[in-house]
Design a protein around this ligand. Structure first.
Ligand SMILES: Nc1ncnc2c1ncn2[C@@H]1O[C@H](COP(=O)(O)OP(=O)(O)O)[C@@H](O)[C@H]1O
Ligand SMILES: [Mg+2]
Length: 151
């Protein structure tokens, strides 16, 4: 299936797009985020947080595997980078099937634990202020959201 693609020309535009996406999300939803360092993964997550009315500042989760933020419902920000080759299950199911939205960076390292239904978001650097955002929905729920967001 072809991905849904949008282009943004500033960090604010990326945040605004993620903020709008957040309004369609429901507790138990899982998003996987891909992109090189500086692509805009944290910027995107800040936008999601804004959409969930989270007041605290969202940072890269590098030194903790899971960061939790309270909003309309919780946002769980997981960075699986340090779980490479560990096959460790830190209780992912509780997050994925839980009461909040989960965003996973380096999701390939925990692919065995991921649900079948999720939204993969891949951000690519194009130029200093331009990014390509590709949405690859798995499942009809996210497919419908993508159609709604990108017409
Ligand atoms: N269109 C854009 N979308 C997102 N970030 C952008 C954009 N243009 C410039 N930037 C800048 O790129 C950087 C992205 O950093 P960050 O979100 O921390 O990336 P990552 O978490 O993927 O390493 C920020 O400094 C941000 O201001
Ligand atoms: Mg980051």
């Amino acid at each position: 299936m072809d991905p849904y693609i949008i282009h943004t020309n500033s960090p604010e535009e990326t945040m605004a797009f993620a903020e709008k996406l957040a309004t369609y999300l429901k507790p138990g939803n899982v998003l996987t985020l891909e992109g090189d360092l500086g692509a805009g993964k944290t910027t995107f997550t800040k936008g999601l947080a804004k959409g969930l009315k989270i007041k605290r500042t969202v940072n890269s989760p590098t030194f903790t595997i899971v960061k939790e933020y309270e909003g309309i419902y919780p946002l769980y920000h997981i960075d699986a980078y340090r779980l490479e080759n560990s096959e460790e299950d830190i209780g992912f199911e509780d997050y994925f099937a839980g009461d909040g939205v989960t965003v996973v960076e380096w999701a390939t390292y925990i692919s065995d634990f991921l649900p079948d239904t999720l939204l993969n978001v891949s951000i690519t650097y194009e130029s200093e202020n331009a990014r390509k955002i590709q949405l690859m929905p798995q499942g009809t729920f996210f497919e419908a959201i993508c159609k709604e967001l990108i017409k």
